[in-house]
Ligand binder design. Sequence first.
Ligand SMILES: [Zn+2]
Length: 484
Amino acid sequence: MIHSVRLNESTLSPSEQHGLDLLIDLSRAVPVVRSSPNIVHLEVTGGRKRALTVGECVARGWFIEPADGVVRIDRNALDVVCDIAGASKEQASTKRDRYGRIPSMQSPLAATGKERQAVVSRAAMRLRYAVIQAAGNRLVRFVAPWPNGRRWAAAMTHDLDVVSYWPVFSALRIAELARKRELARVGRVLAAAGRAIGTSPVRDGIQFILRKEDEHGVRSTWFVLCGTPSFSTWRQGDLTYLPEGAQARQILGDIGLHNGEVGLHGSFETLDRGDAFTEQRERLAKLAAGSIAGVRQHFLRLNPATTPTSMAAAGFAYDSSQGFADRNGFRLGVADVVPTWSASDQRATGFDEIPFCWMDRSLSKYGGVEDPAMWVQDAQVLAEECRRVEGLWVGVWHPNLVPALGYPDAPEAFSTLLSSLSEGDPFFGTLADILAWRSARRSVRVRSVGSDEIVEAELPVATRHEVVLEDANGVACATKWLPQ
Ligand SMILES: [Zn+2]
């Protein structure tokens, strides 16, 4: 439990405050409404403004120092937290790739080779340990990280890029494999495609995924394109199916039967015209028979300076486009849900980002690795990092990765991935579930401590899961929850 105070009454800048709020939330330390000598105090130090690098912050433990009853943190490190997790460095970039995206190397983590570690989640972990160290005999409480006693979380997500005209995609993929001289694989794809003539390999693949997920008790999140395809959208690799078509409707029905969450896969148009988000979200809600909470951009076409604001205006609750197209890792330095930040307005937008850290084809498209077993090994390495920080692993698996469309061995690799995630015993949820939990967890405040050391806490944001406060050893503590 911490009470946050500032040294010399210095006022934090909005970005420093945002960095501090992020670290406290990710650390799971519970803010206390009123100060008391029996709790740890958090002091922000450093009157002098100076620009720190990520490297300095990592090497110096993010300038977080425990003392007796107090943890001190340098305000300059808080700006670095906002630069990374609030994407404010990337918002300042004017560079764009051929799809209008901010290139990976504009991320301060990719630029310094640190994207494989959830550096900001680790900074928050350091804050947690510093609070424990500073506490001595003082009372310490943290919110348990995930529901049902789970110590980390995992979410499987799927982008529905292909529904109609599957042989076109087989042909494109065969050309790609031929260019890469993967001739044995070309032979296997041709054979699988031949066998699939007259069947529905895309829908079969989706049903396979849903069945496997059911076996592990996993409910997944599906991002569906919702615009009208044209010759031009086909040519660009944008929209290739009509969401109202019979095949897409069947797939939406399959997802509904398995209690999957449906989100919008924002088409190319949405990056340049924010109103398209509203139109596509309403159109998809009619088809999915329910309101649409989440969005992920097709090709990850997102401008962190403007797109989240348009998404929020269209009624979405979260985005999940923040990740790399060309490598796997933590673009925002967090294995968790974070509020998005507007650098131009210098304020939090009130809209959440659920970044993903792994995508099936990153290694194939950009690294030339065509063996799906290798992609899954990489997913496991990143899942280990998420576990280590008691965070969230979000992976993207494209349901069109089936043998007939060019991906022999992919369904088996997907099974292996699910089994290995399951063995780690995470909390599995759809992204909307995970957002709901994190919003509640983030809202916990302690009002007071009784003489019997029973903490009186409030939970302004309700959740269907039980919220537990625990001590420094992760043992659940008696808590009196005040009515809201
Ligand atoms: Zn896509």
